[in-house]
Design a protein around this ligand. Structure first.
Ligand code: ATP
Ligand code: MG
Length: 465
């Protein structure tokens, strides 16, 4: 491979906005000195862990430290995943953040180590500086002649700076680009000569008087000076994994959008690593270690853990954040137990952040944030009962009751959820504790591990299979 491509020439922006478990979280809720505020950006309490996450955030932003591992450990629904999501929101778009769940690496198409390798390489950004030739100026006139058959289009673009004016012939692709960007006379635009990409920089000040209807976000810029054609340094960030996929011949960049990348040959990766190291030497590229978040890390097995040990020492290593709710438990693939289900040699390399159960006040605040996120109106009593339920069962169960109670309230044509709706929801849907009690009571009627079950009440045991 003589040249290594770093850009696929396309970009995808899929904007999904469902109300998900963590959609109320928009950051870590820290002030300028990285101190956690009691309640900000959707984050409530858990101050020590958030402060620790703030330190990690600083480390990542400075981009100097790579290959460190952090473990977030604590009981279920104490905000481990939430804090990781908050961290990712605070990082900004130039620092890669990849999130996987431990169980995701078990798939039929990829080996475990390939899946992990891809996750690691998705979390390393390469900031590439390139010199490109641009045409930058104010549009004087666009003239498009459509042929009668509609197929072939031709046109002319007159564009100027304060010092010169030129007419360019337009081909089909450029016409499409100009139409798509809705470029009009008076716009200041920039055209990338190699990719043909058109960017609208704003409207020219000189023409400000000509517009009487303007949106609030109309931006005015000066008409550029000097030559129309300029050489400019542009910087773009791609992940190592994206470079892998673009350059792996069987795949091609289309695979980036389908997500169907398959195994990538190790020679491809080796060549890319060498090239990137060269670019770094020459000052053409900068390595941006991002964050790889592995949720439910106890789902990994001993082979994966040993892979992670190794990968953390690689030249290109991200900061790895893991989360688990396990205590002393068995490490998958072994027959011994260890703290958090992690082997000791990995535990030795991690720094551990603990999350604690929430106080009643914190639960109340989180539940009311969740209610407004789900656009549910709760009466004071309803919120008080949900808080009590949250304290006695779990925060997650109480949060789940919000939308269920709303459905019950809607059925009686009320827009506000009241005490009775929450009570009804609580009696319809069981929490884990009550479900366990039910199981104990009716254990004979359920199928057990031996496949045995009792039908009727006479106590006869029957095989179900
Ligand atoms: N400090 C917090 N501020 C606001 N919302 C929170 C906070 N902690 C948890 N939540 C919300 O409570 C719910 C449960 O938290 P989360 O999923 O982060 O728990 P977890 O520690 O990852 O639990 P598990 O071990 O079961 O994975 C989520 O909807 C989360 O967004
Ligand atoms: Mg979690």
């Amino acid at each position: 491979m003589s040249t290594i491509a770093t850009s696929s020439g396309e970009s995808s922006n899929s904007g999904l906005s469902l109300i998900a478990a963590h959609s109320h979280i928009t950051g870590l809720g820290l002030d300028d000195h990285l101190q956690p505020k009691e309640s900000a950006q959707g984050m409530v309490g858990q101050l020590k862990a958030r402060k620790a996450a703030g330190v990690i955030l600083k480390m990542v932003q400075q981009g100097k430290i790579a290959g460190r591992a952090v473990l977030m450990a604590g009981p279920p629904s104490t905000g481990k995943t939430a804090i990781a999501m908050g961290l990712s929101q605070s990082l900004g778009s130039d620092v890669p953040f990849t999130s996987i769940a431990g169980s995701e690496i078990y798939s039929n198409e990829l080996s475990k180590t390939e899946a992990l390798t891809q996750a690691f390489r998705k979390s390393i950004g390469i900031k590439i500086k390139e010199e490109t030739e641009l045409i930058e100026g104010e549009v004087v006139e666009i003239q498009i002649d459509r042929s009668l058959t509609g197929g072939h289009k031709q046109g002319k673009l007159t564009i100027k700076t304060t010092d010169m004016e030129t007419i360019y012939e337009l081909g089909n692709k450029m016409i499409e680009g100009l139409t798509k960007e809705k470029v009009l006379a008076g716009d200041v635009i920039s055209i990338n000569k190699s990719s043909g990409k058109i960017t609208k920089l704003g409207k020219s000040f000189a023409r400000a008087r000509d517009y009487d209807a303007m949106g609030p976000d109309t931006k005015f810029v000066q008409c550029p000076e000097g030559e129309l054609q300029k050489r400019k340094e542009v910087v773009h960030t791609v992940s190592l994994h994206e470079i892998d996929v673009i350059n792996s011949r069987q795949q091609g960049f289309l695979a980036l959008f389908s997500g169907d990348t398959g195994e990538i040959r190790s020679e491809v990766r080796d060549q890319i690593n060498t090239k990137v190291a060269e670019w770094k030497e020459e000052g053409k590229a900068e390595i941006v270690p991002g964050v790889l978040f592995i949720d439910e890390v106890h789902m990994l097995d001993i082979e994966c853990f040993s892979f992670i040990n190794r990968a953390l020492e690689d030249d290109f290593a991200p900061i790895v954040i893991m989360a688990t709710n396990r205590g002393v438990s068995q490490t998958r693939g072994t027959n011994y137990k260890s703290p958090h289900g992690l082997p000791m040699d990995l535990l030795d390399r991690v720094i551990i952040i603990h999350t604690q159960p929430y106080s009643g006040d914190e639960i109340r605040t989180i539940l009311s944030i969740r209610a407004s996120e789900e656009e549910v109106e709760l009466s004071g009593d309803a919120l008080a009962l949900l808080t009590k339920i949250g304290q006695e069962t779990s925060l997650r169960y109480a949060a789940n009751l919000i939308s269920v109670s709303q459905q019950i309230a809607l059925k009686r044509r009320s827009n506000e959820v009241d005490l009775a709706d929450v009570k009804r929801a609580y009696s319809l849907f069981y929490d884990a504790d009550r479900s366990c009690k039910y199981l104990e009571e009716y254990s004979a009627q359920m199928i057990n591990d031996q496949g045995q079950v009792t039908f009727g009440t006479d106590g006869d045991k029957m095989e179900t299979d």
